[in-house]
Each structure stands twice: as C-alpha cells, then as structure tokens.
Design a protein around this ligand. Structure first.
Ligand code: FAD
Length: 533
C-alpha cells in the first residue's frame, strides 16, 4: 500500500482553501495541513466577518486581523512587546498597512495604502465579494479558452457565485436604467450595464450570507466528511522557511506563535498562498529567488465618488410603495449596508475600464447634517472606475537581508509609479465618473483617484508565464520554475493588466495548479509501487 501524501499549505485565504479543497476531493490518499499566521476569528473557520450581526463582535474580529496593528493581539502576531509603533494607523477595517510607520515596518512611500490581513480566511474574511469574470486581454493568453471557461465555472462554484444578487431590488433596477440611458448606446452587446456578480448565498429576506474561505473549504470543515478527516488547519502558526534541496521542497519550518517553538514539518508538496507580498517574501527568505520575484507589481487604480440619488429621476422609475417595501425588507438586516450592486464591465477596445456601483442607504462617511444631500431619502451610491496598470519590471517589492521586519523576515521596500501608459485611461475614468454621477444625482464627494495600493488587489509579484525566461516566477501550472513540488498561489500569479477584482481569476488559476498537484502525487505513488521505475 502506498503512503498517504502530505501537502503543506501556507495561508488560509480563499486561494490556500481552493488548493486544499481541490486536492482533497480529487485524491483520497492525500492529507492537507494548512498553516495560518493569524488567529481564527469565527467559530466556523474563515467565515466573512460581514456576516457577524453583533457590531462589537464584528469590530473585535476585524481588530484581531490587523497583524502588527492588532491591539492586544499584537504580541502574539509577532511584534515584540514594548516596541513603540509610531505614526501607526489602521488601514481598511480588518487589514493592516505594510508601511505602518513603526519599527520593523515595510517601506512603501510610493504605494502607501498597501495592506494585508492576518487571520484565518485572510483578506477573504473582509472582502466585498465582487467576482466579475476577467475578459479580453485580462485573461491569461497561454491557457486555452475552453479550459479557461471550465476553470472559471469551477471557481464560481467554489465561491458560490451569484450573477444576479439583489436583482429583485427595484432601486438597483432604477440605477441600472439611469446608467443605461447615459452609456448603453456606447457599450458592446454583452458588456452593458448589469448586476455585479458576487460570492455568497442569498437569503429569503433579500440579504446575503457573504462567502469566505469557509465557503471554499466546504466539506473540509464539515464534521464527519471523509475530507475533514484528512484536513487540518493550524492557526497562529507562522511558516518561517520553505526547506528545499536540489529543486525539491522537503517541507516547511514553522513557528507556533503561542509557544514560540520552532519545528520542521515534512511535506511532499508545498503550496504558498500567503498574499502578493508575503509569499514572495517567504520565497526570498528561503533562498528561492527567481529574477522576476516581486517584480511586475500591478493593481487596478480606482477613481471613486459618492452620489446622492436624485429624487425626481428615481421616483419616475419606482413607485413609492415599491420603494417603501424595499426599505422595510432591508431594515430587517441592518448589519449589512450593501443593498444593490451594479456595474459596467471591462470591454475592448472602447471600454477598457470597469465601473462598480454600490447602493447604500447611508453615505460611507459622516455627512455634515447641514449638507443639502444629508439624509437623502433615496440613498446614495458609492461608485468607482477600475483602471488597469500595465506591468513593468521597475514596479515591485525588494527584500533586504540586512534589515528585518517586525516578523523577522527580510524587510520589504515597494517601488511603484503610474506612467504615461496609464494616464489616458485615468483621464477617461474621471470623465466617465462625472457622467455617471450626473446621470444618477448629486455628488456628495468629488471624484478622486485613491492613493496607490488602495485597491487591495495586488498582482504580478509571482507572475506565471509560458517560459522560464526571467519574466515569470511560475510555470503555467503555478509551479515555481525549477521545482516540481513547490507551488505558488494568489493574485500575485496574474500576469495581465486588468481592471477587475481578481479573486475569481486567482481561484481559477489555483484549481488548475491543484489538479496538476493531484496528477503528480498519483504519478509518484505509481513510481513507489513499481520499483525501479
Ligand atoms: P489572503 O486572503 O490574503 O490570505 C493569505 C493568508 O496567508 C493570510 O491570512 C496571512 O495571514 C497568511 N500568511 C501570510 N504569511 C504567512 C506565513 N509566513 N505563514 C503562515 N501564514 C501566512 N477581491 C475580490 O476579488 N473582490 C472583492 O470584492 C474584494 N474586496 C475586498 C475588500 C477588502 C476590504 C479586502 C481586504 C480585500 C478584498 N478583495 C477582494 C481581495 C481578496 O480578499 C483577495 O484577493 C483574496 O483574499 C486573496 O486570497 P489569498 O488566499 O491569495 O490571500
């Protein structure tokens, strides 16, 4: 009988989870141990904190995810006691800035909003759950279309995709109608104004249970399933190093952050899905340093604004009764402010941008009560155009062996710049958001370009490529060049310039990588039982 194979996964976000699920469902002889540096936040591992109804509990879960900025949890997450963290401030709730301004902080003056989440479920416990499909040149050109479509569909199933969330919202329908009047004639068929696909499960009251890593893990965290018996998740366990010899990963060195004990964990395959900055940092710290590691950093830039919906235009499209009924239904679930999500997707050549429009009853910031749009009965939309960044070798993260960060890893410096290549599309986004705002109502915040790093969608730093020519870190099956059994996952693999939320695409890439891991494990067992082969 062959020995069970052990797969070590670094990181418990949606991507590590997609590897775990795909491998365990396809290979009854595999066992997966997942290591997560952060704490478990919810009774069900990896659940979205947006589903927590109690505001205090929700705030605590977010606080616990904030790594070096996590108050009472700071010490257990690696920041030594007594270290003053000057100028410290918290990024988007549940995340922590990489350049937090204290001792051991990364250096990212040109990418200041770069942030991460350190908790079971990763950023996937805090995400907005928008999962548009990549289109046109956003896709990976060396994966053929038929396979790509199947991978994306599988990723959609893993994430519980809803293509028509809130489709029954009369307010959402009215917003789409106004946007369609403004832009519809300019957009190609199939790429017009529509609902934004999201990840989660619609509830009978019209609200959503948002998807997290728990959704992706599925049967792995359900008691009594065969997969759950072969799956183990260890929280507060930091992977310090990938051990390897002659192009073969042998396992990982782990530190139990509760006891501070360090040990070696042997594995047949190592999967690193520890986000777009900390994954390349771990490879670097382990002496695995392909030329493209950390380079070609991209994100999609965001031009955003908030608009108060116009009473006359909205009431021409919705009856008062419909409107009141929708408000009453929503009042049953006051914990979740997002109520209708619409979009105009990316299309080429004429609309290389994507617009996302989120309706909410209240503005996302405190609006001066004397502002004419304060307390707008018809509510508000927060909307943003995503603008692509063209990959350049100059943009990226470097690691310094002589300066350690707060976790004791070679410290990061991020260098990044927008160039003339992006300016025309940024200008186009500014012009279009003005039109969209005028079509919907009155601006309550001027359109503005967010600081670099604000998208939280960091790509390219471990990009996949068709050839080992120094411009990629991984092969088309996400294996680090030169290694058969070291696999990388996450948005960092995405080699293209794009405007969409990347998690769906990264899950699709992970499914492809995981299937190849399963094939390789099966192959290695055949070699075991046929001596001499
Ligand atoms: P992560 O989810 O970041 O998980 C990586 C995990 O690895 C972390 O938990 C980290 O603690 C752990 N780790 C790091 N280093 C180590 C180590 N050495 N040892 C052990 N563990 C380690 N994406 C979308 O597509 N749509 C959206 O609408 C969207 N909205 C977002 C909104 C917010 C507020 C945030 C924060 C993110 C959003 N994202 C969105 C991004 C999305 O959450 C990420 O794309 C996704 O979580 C990436 O998954 P991942 O598994 O690669 O990494």
């Amino acid at each position: 009988m062959s020995q069970p194979s052990t797969v070590a996964i670094v990181g418990s976000g949606p991507i590590g989870s997609a590897y775990a699920r795909t491998i365990l469902e396809a290979d009854p002889d595999a066992r997966v141990v997942m290591f997560e540096a952060g704490p478990q936040l919810t009774a069900v591992p990896g659940e979205s904190v947006r589903n927590i109804a109690d505001p205090d509990e929700k705030a605590r879960a977010r606080e616990m995810s904030q790594g070096p900025q996590a108050g009472a949890f700071r010490e257990s997450l690696g920041l030594p006691a007594g270290v003053a963290v000057e100028g410290m401030f918290t990024a988007r709730q549940g995340t922590h800035l990489l350049d937090f301004g204290g001792e051991g902080s990364a250096h990212a003056p040109t990418f200041p909003a770069a942030a991460a989440a350190t908790n079971v479920g990763g950023q996937g416990a805090h995400w907005t759950c928008a999962i548009p499909r990549p289109a046109f040149s956003e896709k990976v050109e060396f994966i053929d279309d038929a396979e790509w479509d199947e991978l994306i569909s599988t990723a959609e199933q893993l994430l519980h995709a809803q293509s028509a969330a809130f489709a029954d919202s009369a307010i959402g329908t009215a917003i789409r109608s106004l946007l369609d009047d403004e832009f519809g004639a300019e957009l190609p068929p199939g790429y017009g104004v529509g609902t934004l696909p999201v990840a989660g499960d619609p509830q009978p009251d019209g609200s959503m249970v948002w998807a997290g890593a728990n959704t992706v893990l599925g049967p792995l965290i359900e008691a009594g399933t065969p997969e759950s018996e072969r799956f183990e998740l260890r929280d507060l366990t930091l992977v310090r190093r990938i051990e390897h010899e002659g192009g073969h990963a042998t396992g990982v060195t782990i530190e139990d952050l509760r006891t501070k004990e360090t040990s070696f964990f042997p594995a047949d395959v190592v999967v690193v899905a520890a986000d777009a900055f900390r994954s390349p940092q771990l490879l670097w710290a382990s002496g695995i340093r392909p030329r493209a590691l950390g380079r070609y950093l991209t994100e999609h830039h965001v031009v955003i604004t908030t608009v108060a919906l116009d009473e006359d235009r909205m009431s021409a499209l919705i009856s008062d009764d419909e409107f009141e009924a929708e408000l009453a239904r929503r009042a049953q679930n006051a914990a979740d402010p997002v109520a209708a999500v619409n979009r105009i997707p990316f299309s080429e050549p004429d609309h290389p941008l994507s617009l996302q429009v989120m309706y909410a009853e209240k503005p996302p910031f405190q609006l001066d009560p004397s502002h004419p749009a304060a307390g707008n009965r018809w509510g508000y939309v927060n909307m943003g155009y995503g603008v692509r960044k063209h990959p350049r070798v100059e943009d990226g993260v470097t690691f310094d062996d002589d300066e350690l960060d707060y976790r004791g890893f070679p410290n990061m410096t991020i260098e990044y710049a927008l160039t003339d290549a992006e300016q025309p599309e940024l200008d186009e986004a500014r012009a279009r958001i003005q039109r969209a705002g005028n079509a919907l109502g009155t601006f309550v915040a001027e359109p503005r370009l967010l600081p670099n790093g604000s998208s939280l969608h960091y790509m390219g730093t471990m990009r996949m490529g068709p050839a080992d020519d120094g411009t990629s870190v991984a092969d088309p099956w996400s294996r680090v060049w030169g290694f058969e059994n070291l696999v990388v996952g996450g948005n960092a693999l995405i080699p293209t310039a794009n405007t969409m939320n990347p998690t769906l695409m990264s899950v699709a890439i992970a499914v492809r990588g995981a299937r190849r891991v399963v094939e390789a494990l099966a192959g290695s067992r055949v070699e075991e039982v046929v001596p001499g082969r």
